[in-house]
Design a binder for this molecule. Sequence first.
Ligand code: P6P
Length: 333
Amino acid sequence: MNKTLTQYLVEQQRQNKLIPSEVRLLIEVIARACKRIGHTVGKGALGGVLGNQGTENVQGEAQKKLDVISNEILLEANEWGGQLAAMASEEMETIHKIPNRYPKGEYLLLFDPLDGSSNIDVNVSIGTIFSILKAPENATGREITEEDFLQPGSKQVAAGYALYGPQTLLVLTIGNGVVVFTLDRELGSWLLTQENVRIPEDTKEFSINMSNSRHWDQPIQHYIQDCLAGSTGPRGKDFNMRWVASMVAEVHRILQRGGIFLYPWDKRDPSKPGKLRLMYEANPMSMLIEQAGGAAVDTVNRILDIQPSQIHQRVSVILGSKNEVETVKKYFQ
Ligand code: P6P
């Protein structure tokens, strides 16, 4: 019988003293909320949950009904438990403080409630990404502010994602490697199906939105050209390409078989350093990638070292097989 999520977390808490009970309970609540999100997503047209909400989020993007529903599920599930001081979400302009009627804890939860929204209405894999930080020591006894969230990704206590695909998966790191749980839909239990996930250090598979190529910086243009030149070109090997347009699906493929994912700055909107958000997309994914032996940079700097300046800030993302990320960095030097 596969270990349950609870058994895995209790053992990590007991053996490695890696996570206090508050973090174990918090992860279990998040996992339960992701079960509900997956169930709701799975209903599709039968649940009347497809299509647009008719509103825009803080990013100026049209919100899907499921974006809003998923956000609500995570807020409601995490408000009352007493582990959190506040939450932040791609779908909310400002931080969400724990209502006074509930006890407050010392952790901060950040999430992209449903990543890959452009895929919702066409039944392609989407997911929930989450990141757990500890509130600063000096936050005790005072109101939590947005500044309290602005910690580098290296400070994350835990990170993970749920992937709503052919299987419903929960992929998690508490700083002791990466593990995968598969949802047993009959039992409603997350069962441990993979431990110590390791990313192959080399790859022949890149993941980038090629339709943006005329807008890329020169180094990215050169890197992709060299990949496309294949075995007769400077790389001396043929490459394959994948683009699902769901970061969760791309990262999961890379965790399983290696690869490199790139969403670099481009000149469509020069003021934006990239499309993806640092706090609740790039940071949690970078922690998972590094914990599995990969690398994650913003073209030159380690993503987990970036000191955030605002909660919704964007960043260029290049992550995956360690040696391939190093190769891309050389094009920028
Ligand atoms: P594009 C989804 O909207 C997302 O934030 C990531 O999950 C995904 O990798 C990227 O944007 C897709 O972007 O420009 O190809 O639609």
